[in-house]
Design a protein around this ligand. Structure first.
Ligand SMILES: [Zn+2]
Length: 641
C-alpha cells in the first residue's frame, strides 16, 4: 500500500497510524473460505461477546431479572397519573429497555455466527418477545407523559427529584402531543396497527398487505433462462441481480424481460397490495389530523416535507448529467439503443486490487486521515480484530452480509464476511462509519440522547466510503484503475441518488392518488412509472413495453417514506466528504460534531451544521455536480477516438 506525503509531515497522526499499522501487521495469515469451520479461523479474527455477557449463564440470569422487572413495572401503572411515581417508572423503564437491547444483541450475535445453533436461536426469540412486551409497555409510558398538562409537567419538574434527567425523552414524546387523540381513539388505532408512534424502524413492521406482497413475491413462479453457456438456469430473486448485470446481452435481456413479463401477469394483485399500503398510510395520517401521509411519516422523525420536495426538484434539475451517462453507456458498450437491462453492466473490466484484511484496514485508515487524530485512534481500535469488536471472515454456518450493531454502554460489533476483494474493503469502511457514529455518540451523549436518526445513519457510513474512494482515486496505479474506480462511483450515484429519488417520486405520486380519491390501478401505476423513467433517463434511453411495471417488485414502497433517505444520505455524504477531502477549514470538526451529537437536535439541523443543509438544494446539487464531472472525465477516458 502507498503512503501519502502528508502522512509523514503530520507527526501526531503519524504516531496514531503507525501504532495501529504495526499491530495489524502482526495478524496471522489466513485465506478466507466460505466453507471453513468456524473453529479453524484464528481466534483473533472472531469477535468477543464477553463484553456483553460473560457467558450464557450470565445471560440467563439477566433475562430472568428483566422478566421480573417488566412485571413489577405494571405495579406502578396506577400511581402514574399523579406524577410522583413518574421518575421511578421512567428510570426503571429505560434501564429495562437498555437491558433488553443488550440481551437481544448478545443472542443475535451468537445466533448468526452459527445459524443452526438451536439454543442461540431460542435465546434470540425469547429476547425479541421481551422487546415486544417492552414496546407495549412504552404505550403506557407515552400516555403517562402525554396526559400531563404543561403546567402539571413544569410543577412536576420542580417537585419530583430525578425527573429532569428525562427531559429529552419527555420533550421527544410531547413534540407531537397535538397529534394524540382521546384514549378510546388511541385504543382503536392501536388495534388497527397504527405505526406512527412505533419506537423502531418502520420498515421492520410489515402491514398485512405488505405480508401479502411478500407472499406473492415468494410464491410467484419465475421462469428459467439460458446462461451465457446456453445452460438452462432457474431465475430467482437472489440471482436476478447477477444475470441483470451479465455482460452477455442475451442473458441480461432474458433475465429482465422474463422477470417483467412474469410480474405483468400479476400486476393487478401487486397494484392491490401497494394501493392497500398507501391507503393505510393515508388513513393513519388523516386520523391524526395530517393533510398528507408524507407530512405524517416525515414528522415522525421531525423532518419537514420541504426536504423531500427539494430532493426531487434538485435531482430532476440534474437529470441532464444522468442522460449524458446513458449516452456514454450507449457509446462505450457499442449499443444501437440503451434498454433497461443495459444499465447494470460494468462499463470497464474490473481493476480491483485484492487485499488481505490487514492491507484493506490500513488503506481505510490512510483514507480516513482527513477526519483527524481522534477519529483515527478510535477507528484504529475498532478495526483491530484483537480488540474483539469485529468478526472478520465467513464460515460454514455464518450468516452472509455485513452490519454494525450496538447497545449503549458497550463498543459496537461489526459483522463482516471479508474475502480479500476491494468491495469487502469498501463494505468494511461503510460499517466502520456506522460503528464510529455509534462510538462517538455513546461516548458523548447520555442513553436517552444516543439514538440517532435514520436520516443521519447512512451519511456516517457513506462518508467513509467516499473518503476511501477519494484516496483510491488519488493513488490509482494506472488510468485503467482510475477509470474503473470512476465507473464504480458513477454507478453508485446512479443507483443510490437518481434511482432512489425516482422511487421517492413514485411513492409520493402513489400516495397523492389515494389522497385525491383516485383509483390505484396497475395501468395508472405503470403510466406514472413509465413517465418517471422517461423524464429521468431522457431521449437516449429506449423504453421497453414492460418497463413501467418495475414498481411492482420493489419492497421499499412498503416502507412508508423511507427510500428517499438513501438518496439524501449519499448526496450529503458526498458533499461532506468533498469538503473534508479538500481540507476546507472546520469541515472535519463540523462533521465530527454531528457524529458525537446523537439526537440532541432535529436531524435536518444537525446535518446542516455538518455541511449538508437539505432544506436547500446545495448539498444534493454539489453531489450531482460531482457526478457530472465524473461523467465528463469518463467521456475523456473511455470515448477517445
Ligand atoms: Zn449502512
Amino acid at each position: 500500500m502507498k503512503r501519502g506525503i502528508a502522512w509523514i509531515t503530520i507527526g501526531i497522526i503519524f504516531t496514531a497510524v503507525w501504532v495501529t499499522a504495526g499491530t495489524l501487521g502482526d495478524l496471522p495469515p489466513y485465506t478466507p473460505d466460505a466453507n471453513a469451520e468456524r473453529e479453524s479461523i484464528p481466534n483473533v479474527y472472531l469477535w468477543d461477546l464477553g463484553d456483553l455477557f460473560a457467558d450464557e449463564v450470565q445471560w440467563e440470569t439477566a433475562y430472568n431479572h428483566a422478566v421480573v422487572e417488566l412485571a413489577e413495572l405494571g405495579v406502578l401503572h396506577d400511581s402514574l397519573d399523579v406524577g410522583d411515581a413518574l421518575p421511578e417508572y421512567l428510570q426503571r423503564f429505560f434501564d429495562l429497555e437498555l437491558l433488553a437491547n443488550r440481551l437481544t444483541l448478545f443472542a443475535n450475535l451468537s445466533a448468526i455466527t452459527d445459524t443452526t445453533d438451536q439454543d442461540a436461536i431460542a435465546r434470540h426469540q425469547r429476547a425479541l418477545s421481551l422487546t415486544n412486551a417492552i414496546m407495549d409497555e412504552s404505550a403506557v409510558l407515552r400516555n403517562a407523559v402525554l396526559s400531563l398538562s404543561d403546567a402539571d409537567l413544569e410543577s412536576a419538574y420542580s417537585t419530583e427529584t430525578g425527573l429532569d434527567a428525562f427531559r429529552p425523552a419527555i420533550d421527544g414524546l410531547r413534540r407531537r402531543a397535538d397529534r394524540v387523540l382521546d384514549a378510546e381513539a388511541e385504543r382503536v388505532l392501536g388495534l388497527a396497527g397504527d405505526n406512527l408512534w412505533a419506537a423502531i424502524d418502520l420498515n421492520e413492521l410489515p402491514s398485512p398487505v405488505e405480508r401479502a406482497f411478500q407472499a406473492l413475491i415468494s410464491e410467484m413462479p419465475l421462469p428459467s433462462i439460458a446462461d451465457s453457456d446456453g445452460a438452462e438456469v432457474p431465475l430467482t430473486f437472489a440471482n436476478y441481480g447477477r444475470y441483470r448485470a451479465s455482460d452477455d446481452r442475451q442473458v441480461r435481456e432474458q433475465a429482465v424481460e422474463s422477470m417483467f413479463a412474469t410480474i405483468r401477469r400479476y400486476e393487478n394483485t401487486f397494484a392491490a397490495t401497494l394501493g392497500g399500503q398507501a391507503q393505510l398510510d393515508v388513513a393513519f395520517a388523516r386520523a391524526r389530523g395530517y393533510d398528507t401521509a408524507l407530512e405524517a411519516y416525515l414528522d415522525k422523525d421531525d423532518i419537514d416535507t420541504a426536504v423531500y420536495r427539494t430532493l426531487i426538484e434538485t435531482v430532476r434539475a440534474h437529470a441532464p448529467a444522468l442522460q449524458r451517462y446513458v449516452a456514454l453507456r450507449k457509446e462505450v458498450m457499442g449499443l444501437d439503443e440503451v434498454r433497461i437491462y443495459d444499465l447494470y453492466v460494468p462499463l470497464v473490466e474490473s481493476a480491483a486490487r485484492e487485499m488481505t484484511y490487514a492491507e484493506g484496514a490500513e488503506v481505510i485508515l490512510e483514507s480516513l486521515k482527513p477526519l483527524g487524530n481522534e477519529y483515527l485512534t478510535e477507528v484504529g481500535w475498532l478495526v483491530n480484530p484483537a480488540n474483539g469488536a469485529i468478526d472478520v471472515y465467513p464460515s460454514k454456518r455464518k450468516e452472509s452480509g455485513a452490519f454494525s450493531s450496538s447497545v449503549y454502554g458497550v463498543h459496537p460489533f461489526i459483522k463482516m464476511n471479508f474475502q480479500d476483494g476491494f468491495d469487502d474493503v469498501s463494505t468494511l469502511a461503510h460499517e466502520l462509519g456506522h460503528a464510529m457514529h455509534t462510538q462517538l455518540t455513546n461516548a458523548n451523549q447520555p442513553y436517552l440522547q444516543s439514538r440517532y436518526s435514520m436520516l443521519l445513519a447512512e451519511v456516517a457510513s457513506t462518508c467513509n466510503e467516499m473518503l476511501l474512494s477519494q484516496y483510491m482515486l488519488a493513488h490509482a496505479a494506472s488510468s485503467a484503475e482510475r477509470a474503473w474506480l470512476l465507473t464504480e462511483l458513477a454507478e453508485g450515484i446512479r443507483q443510490t441518488i437518481y434511482r432512489q429519488t425516482l422511487f421517492a417520486e413514485f411513492e409520493l405520486r402513489l400516495h397523492e392518488l389515494v389522497e385525491a380519491g383516485e383509483p390505484v390501478t396497475a395501468s395508472r401505476l405503470n403510466e406514472i412509472y413509465t413517465g418517471l423513467i422517461a423524464d429521468y433517463y431522457g431521449p437516449q434511453f429506449t423504453l421497453g413495453p414492460n418497463d413501467g411495471v418495475e414498481w411492482a417488485y420493489i419492497p421499499h414502497f412498503y416502507y412508508k417514506y423511507y427510500v428517499y433517505s438513501y438518496a439524501t444520505g449519499m448526496a450529503s455524504a458526498i458533499a461532506i466528504a468533498d469538503k473534508i477531502g479538500a481540507g476546507e477549514p472546520g469541515a472535519a470538526d463540523a462533521y465530527l460534531a454531528m457524529l458525537k451529537g446523537g439526537n440532541t437536535a432535529p436531524p435536518v439541523e444537525m446535518l446542516a451544521a455538518a455541511g449538508a443543509d437539505l432544506t436547500k438544494p446545495d448539498a444534493i446539487a454539489a453531489a450531482l455536480d460531482r457526478f457530472d464531472a465524473i461523467v465528463t472525465e469518463l467521456e475523456e477516458l473511455l470515448m477517445t477516438p
